[in-house]
Design a protein around this ligand. Structure first.
Ligand SMILES: [Zn+2]
Length: 170
């Protein structure tokens, strides 16, 4: 399972609603979780590995030794949100780029678990930030879209470098 890197156009396609909760979905989520650990991430969305489903995995610890933090969310939707705060983010699809992004501090998310059961998640701070970052991927939104004008300027040359690398591989 390979994580796609900006500016791969697949990252802009987002994902479709998951309607079939079968062993294949479970296996895909498990493979995504392993890919996330392998890349040193704390979250991964299906479109980042070329799978167009509204499916994301996360573990705020980023450590395979602390599996209790693992969460798999299908079709997540924010139903309540409160407070705004800037915080630093990176993205496995943007190697080497880090920047401050403004997110909701407290959110309530409804989603389907791997059995297709509707669940509710209350998240704050770091967990809320991860969920919002990954949820964006499901809509084809990338964290660089949300940077301040000053940060967009600051990372411009790094983005251009990733674009050059992508073109060279294509
Ligand atoms: Zn990301």
């Amino acid at each position: 399972m390979e994580v796609l890197v900006y500016p791969d156009p697949v990252l802009r396609r987002g994902g479709k609603t998951v309607t079939v909760f079968d062993p294949e979905l479970r296996a895909t989520a498990a493979r995504m979780m392993e890919a996330m650990y392998a890349e040193g991430g704390v979250g991964l969305a299906a479109p980042q590995v070329g799978i167009e489903w509204k499916l994301l995995v996360l573990n705020p610890s980023g450590s395979a030794d602390e599996r209790s933090g693992e969460r798999v969310l299908c079709n997540p939707k924010i139903t309540r949100k409160k407070g705004r705060e800037f915080g630093e983010e990176g993205c496995l699809s943007f190697p080497g780029i880090h920047a401050e992004v403004e997110r909701w501090v407290d959110i309530t998310v409804t989603y389907h678990d791997l059995d297709g059961k509707e669940q509710t998640l209350q998240a704050s701070d770091w967990l809320a930030r991860i969920v919002q970052h990954e949820l964006d991927h499901l809509e084809g939104v990338l964290f660089t879209d949300r940077l301040t004008a000053a940060d967009k300027l600051r990372v411009k040359s790094q983005l251009a470098e990733l674009e050059d690398r992508f073109r060279a591989r294509a």
